[in-house]
Write a new protein. Sequence first.
Lengths: 662, 355
Amino acid sequence: MKQTCLHITVVLGFLSPVLLYAQKTDTLPAVQVRSQQAIENAVSPRPVQQLNKKSLETLNSISVADATKYFSGILLKDYGGLGGLKTISVRSLGTGHTSVIYDGVLLSDVQAGQIDLGKISTANIENITLYNGQPAALLLPAKAFASGAVLDLQTSGNYESSVKEKWSGNAMVKAGSFNFFNPYITVRHKKNNLIQFVNAEWQSAKGNYPYKAYELDGSVRKRTNSDLQSLRLEYDAAWCWGDDNRLKFKAYYYNSNRGLPGAAALYTVGGRERLSDKNSFVQSVFKKNLSSKSQLMLLTKYAYQYNFYKDPDTRYGPQGLENRFTQQEYYFSAVYSYRISHSIAAAYASDFILNTLKGEGQFGTPFAQPRRQSNFNNILLDGKWSKLHLQANLLHTFQKESVKNGPVSKDISRFNPSVSLALQPFQNDDIHLRFFYKNIFKAPTFNDLYYAYVGNTSLKPEQASQYNVGITWKKDSAAKNISLEASADFYISDVKDKIIAVPQQNLFRWTMLNYSRIHARGIDIAMEARLALNEYSNMSGKITYGYQDAKESDKKSDFYGLQIPYTPLHSGSIQLRAGVKKYTFAINTVLSSYRYRLGDQIADNLVKEWATIDVHASYNLSARKKARFFAELNNVLNSQYDIVKLYPMPRFNYRLGVTTNF
Amino acid sequence: MKKNFLVISCFALMVLASCSKDDVPGPTVAPAKGAYVLSEGGFFNFNSKLGFYSFATNNYAGDFFVQQNPTIPAGVGGLATDIVIYGSKLYLVVDQSNKVTVLNAADAKFIKDIAFEVSGTPIEPRYAATANGKVFVTAWDGSVNVIDTTTLVITKKIPVGLNPEGLVVSGNNLYVSNSGGLTATFDSTVSVINLNSLTETSKIHVGKNPTSITADRSGNIYVATQGDYGAIPPRLVKVNTNNNTIIKSADTTVGTIKYYDNALYVTGGYFGVQKVRKLNTTDFAAMAGNFVTDGTVVTNPYSINIDEENGDVYVTDAKNNILVGEFFCFDKTGKKRFSFSTTPGVNPNKIVFIR
């Protein structure tokens, strides 16, 4: 046996067990085994939407948040600009109900309970997949079953089998409006069975975009304190041996500094708050075929996150207001799958997670310094016959918390099931029907429980039940040059004990309470066509439409019967793309009907409907080197819109770039 | 981040309108032509409203400011904490928009905006009081700003304690509550400003986190202190301004306080009982545990003012602080005379009369 030392260039944490492997052949197995098997939406028991790298490029997205606008059933809350917070809520479940997986391991933020998708650049992303419920793979960690929806991100570091040469790489630089500058480089090295990637990316912008203050006097103003500087460094290493055995390691470091411009309103000088983040983690994925019928996967991760918020306003004291928080996570998961028969397989996954949050006391109260220990155990049964695919799982969660100061939240121990099926009702496989039911809970976040004055340790977890019934249709022409797909899913989401901030009449403080119940009904429709006209040219088009009727359904609530804030009844997107010889053109549009912010449904609280059109054009400079020059023209209608009221979005803006392999 | 503002909103919302006009010597005042109802709106929603109730037509116009000033569709601004009428002018103190807006009192037509900032840094004006041709406005940078009512500019800035809130004129002095609400340890003093020298002459120690303040006609001031939201409870304190000593202090939770005709009318604020109470000025005993006698429910009493011509008591109701509010007029025996929704105004926080 040979041992090989890794040459690691960034922060080391917590290495996976024994790095012993047998050196076998030079060639890698043809089948790429990834943590999440991509499953086609047409045959999937639960809706799946995917954007691959080619789509991400022509959609002009620079962050994962931009890309999610093109998914149906998603509500993206975007505070504007490059640096504004961007979070998603799937099917009105709420922001914390979507898990994000990054190359096989979940990202987490137990402090705020939501992942800012604006911080994840698409430069290094190979595909983004949104699964309602959970992904369909057998080898999934238990925690992947613990949310209402999963956003699965795979980077180029996950695609080691596509690396053929000893040294290779890719470089890109983009620049554009508001002093946007974004260089990116990735270098790959392959030797025997070890493949390594290093990539580095810098994104910065002044962000001083003009906006039309249509809520005020209609004058054109400029956003201030809206700048962003961020650096990302990522290292991946993969060893492969035998049939589909893998050991992968990743080290990730992200450092950003941004201004928070605040609401755009009359006479405000403009926010001067600043936010800086340092996020880092190391993770490893180990996969081994124990026999022809069984597989083992082990995941480990250590994450360290630091954030620093400052409001320099001297009314708070000579240094203004400063908050510093440090989060750490230790994660370990073991998954075992066994093929019982030709059609039936089972998997058992067990995860252990430790989360800690350290912070300074605020407003004279010492901070709780909470520590949360979670155990997730999941049993999955998967049955696949020629015309039926059935999946069922049962998840058990155990959560226990301890604090250094003040009261602590109660332990949680819950069972949550999910069942889904996909059925081919007719002889031909063009049409499939599907059904899924999932019940899951979401624990209160550290902010909900322990934040100064607002936190409430008596909070119960939120509970979410989802039902989905859908039909899919897929047809390829005989010559395989035309491909058509369509799907329609009707769903119901029911969220009980929703945690929201409520101004209490009998307490001076706003408190987090389990105050609300949401009942949502919706339809997600998608249609896609792909045409390969000849060997030089191809076209594709996709339309998505979402209808969401999401109402407050707690009869005791003052908002009973009202559409929940920020949820439009209608939303949709259209993507059109054409490639002719060396040219590629795309035109994309996103539309949303009007919404209301929290309060009475009066003109004051109305957030108007909006639509944007983005255009993409690129020219291949060299097919061999995959070198391209491209232009991104965004919001060509120059429309002024808000997603969050009083946080104007940029009007027309552009980016130009060039990318090449080497 | 957002949550910080929620906490600070508590400090803001907790201070309910307090400023009182100079009591006109003797009981005779002209009948009111109308009542202006100010609604501060949601925290950071920038949706303050100025409404007007006309006694002539018995109708309420919810967004009177925009109706009278159609060239200012942005409206009043964000978190308008106070309103005073002095002479022929009306002054709106707009905290989150960092300005005092001056209107013509008779028809609410815009005259001028006075910016409240120091070297470009906003200082958040809070409450106003009037005397000697001047409007005095507290600001959270620890100052009382003196506005000359003829030139409509700030002519002087008087440093007081930390995060001053309510203020009231009594005799030849201005008394300012220094809450210290934005600091970890609060302030506990009331600053005394001599109206001739326009300087702070002394500080009176009253108890932690003083906010709302009112004065009677015998030289006493009454201060509601909110405590530290923990071990130190809210108290009501009466100070004799002849010698600046506390002559009565009681553990009772008061949000806004207004003196009229030998009684104190109080709301419970965020800590206290959600009823309008009428208290005895000597021992703070409740003359009425619930001033309202006919069963009308005021869900969240937010502010009180009294029409001195007839003793009618006006109460604003902030409901759940998110939906639009309501205001009520009760006669002096506590029976409802009329009420109106303040739509589109949220959190109605002050009523003043124009005569």
